[in-house]
Ligand binder design. Structure first.
Ligand code: FAD
Length: 440
């Protein structure tokens, strides 16, 4: 009997956004219903095949690489229910945050916090512990209040704080290793505006007043520009003021031309002639001051047209100044030519076992390199600095850790492993990446 009668596979190739992870000839499925998700899992376990769901492919690591069965959830992307009494939304796991944000805004609702972009799917974002910035706010996974997951035995189970609590606890940041997430329920807030000030500051001044910036703004972040003493700062604060967006021209000039095309041209020139990078970097901080006010989802998420590779580490917040200064010294002493800023953000702790902010207030330091350039030496130097702060790498961004080095950095590591052994003893949802970072 063909148990996947309704959903049929096609041989597919796939690559991630950055183009550094690819797979050829996987068996690709495009399910539209939960029943189809269950059928795919049943087919996989019956034939001893491994499954990987892919979201929008915005992870830089091989976390979403499907070695045998690839489940593309782009046709499983509907809003199931909005509950205006509880301020929650239930969505199918393949919905992109950009589509979700628009639906929520139409209903006077919003997600509590977001990262820099909204191309990700909800399941992809939570599975890697995707986060934004703001000391009073956590990553996206901690906004989840319920999930429905198709497990390796093909059952679809609900989980929340009340039902299957241990599974819920772990599956919010599950690295795609516990099952196929079918639906996600998020706790929302009423739609809100953010008042924004973006301006360059001396990086020494930012660091000297770091606690003040981080504690007195709802969402503070900065980008240190290597080879300069400058940082581009962003202070976003929640406000009841009416939106006063940038004019269309200013928005295009600042966000599309300067942050993407002009920056891309500078990166391309720097890749061809690295020695020019320090001079080119001096032009970046002159991008000036912007002040505006707009709907939260429009402010949080930006366009990202220029392709790059990225590594990001979560470290205890109190180590941020020292760690960044060590990165600055290393860059000065190393002779690296770096054409991308170093991004620094902050979040509150949560209690999710494999969240990068698990049980500690966190600073995030992210380094980037333009696509096509060798990232390994620079990222390894940064990683060795982050190791001395028990740094936790973003699960979707490049790093060189394995299960042995990671286990001591997560107080609830064993809780996750116990749940994994219980729900996926035959490792239907594993791939080489999860074997490396979680063990076989
Ligand atoms: C330009 C750019 C900007 C970024 N900005 C930020 C940022 O501001 N903050 C931040 O923290 N990160 C950021 N990231 C990283 C990104 O948020 C994560 O890598 C995220 O996981 C990508 O989501 P995705 O939908 O593309 O998932 P994918 O990368 O496709 O998949 C990620 C994981 O989710 C699993 N998965 C997907 N769907 C399911 C499902 N239904 N069931 C089970 N598992 C599933 C996959 O198997 C995989 O393990 C950025 C990445 C890029 C390229």
């Amino acid at each position: 009997m063909n148990i996947v009668a309704e959903v049929t596979a096609q041989k597919v190739s796939w690559s991630n956004w950055a183009g550094n992870q690819r797979v050829e000839h996987a068996s690709g499925y495009l399910p539209k219903t939960e029943l189809e998700l269950q059928q795919i899992v049943r087919h996989a376990t019956a034939n001893n095949l491994r499954i990987k769901a892919v979201g929008s492919g915005h992870s830089f690591t091989a976390i979403a690489l499907a070695e045998e069965i690839l489940v593309d959830l782009s046709h499983y992307d509907q809003v199931v229910e909005i509950d205006k009494i509880k301020n929650t939304v239930t969505v199918q796991s393949g919905i992109q945050l950009s589509k979700l944000n628009l639906e929520l805004h139409k209903n006077g609702l919003a997600m509590q916090n977001l990262g820099d972009i909204s191309y990700q799917t909800i399941a992809g974002a939570i599975s890697t512990s995707t986060h934004g910035t703001g000391l009073k706010f956590t990553g996206i996974a901690n906004q989840v209040v319920g999930m429905r997951i198709v497990l390796a035995d093909s059952s679809a189970v609900d989980c929340s704080l009340e039902v299957n609590a241990e599974l819920f606890h772990c599956a919010r940041v599950g690295l795609g290793a516990l099952g196929l997430i079918s639906t996600v329920t998020l706790q929302l807030v009423s739609a809100f505006n953010l008042s924004v000030i973006e301006e360059p500051m001396r990086v020494d001044d930012v660091l000297a007043n770091l606690d003040h910036h981080v504690e007195s703004n709802d969402h503070f972040e900065f980008f240190w520009v290597p080879h300069t003493g400058w940082a581009l700062t962003k202070r976003n604060n929640r406000t009841l003021d009416a939106a006063k967006p940038m004019s269309k021209f200013s928005h295009w000039y600042s966000k599309t031309l300067m942050e993407n095309y002009a920056f891309g041209a500078v990166c391309m020139l720097g890749r061809a002639r690295p020695a020019l990078i320090p001079k080119l970097a001096k032009a970046l901080p002159s991008s000036g001051r912007n002040e505006y006010c707009d709907a939260s989802y429009k402010v949080f998420a930006s366009k990202r047209i220029i392709k790059f590779y990225e590594m990001e580490y979560a470290i205890p917040r109190e180590a941020c100044e020292e760690a960044l200064n060590r990165v600055r010294r290393m860059v000065k002493d190393s002779g690296f030519f770096l054409n991308f800023p170093v991004e620094v953000r902050f979040t509150a702790p949560d209690e999710i076992p494999l969240s990068t902010a698990s049980n500690r207030e966190s600073a995030y330091i992210a380094v980037h390199i333009y696509k096509g350039m060798n990232y390994v030496p620079y990222f390894k130097e940064v990683e060795s600095i982050m190791n001395s702060y028990q740094g936790r790498p973003h699960w979707g961004k490049l790093h060189f850790q394995d299960a042995n080095s990671l286990a001591p950095r997560y107080p609830q590591w064993d809780v996750f492993q116990k749940v994994r052994n219980l729900v996926d003893p035959t490792r239907t949802f594993a791939n080489r990446y999860t074997e490396t970072v979680l063990g076989k």
